[in-house]
Design a protein around this ligand. Structure first.
Ligand code: SF4
Length: 59
């Protein structure tokens, strides 16, 4: 599974980082996504809760 992040769309609400810090994290000031750190269905839920639509699952 890959997750696409649209930097321009992201409203920096922090929902993803707060809901699933093992997958969505800030490392050295960079937003990093590690999709292998949680179950697919759980990640999809977080992606769907992104308020700006900046996150997308690509398989
Ligand atoms: S939930 Fe969406 S809008 Fe909020 S920080 Fe994450 S990617 Fe950005």
């Amino acid at each position: 599974m890959k997750i696409q992040w649209d930097k321009q769309r992201c409203s920096h609400s922090g929902n993803c980082v707060k809901s699933m810090p093992e997958v969505f994290k800030i490392l050295d000031g960079q937003f990093v996504i590690e999709p292998d750190k949680a179950a697919y269905d759980e990640i999809v839920k977080v992606v769907n809760q992104c308020p700006s639509g900046a996150l997308k699952c690509i398989d």
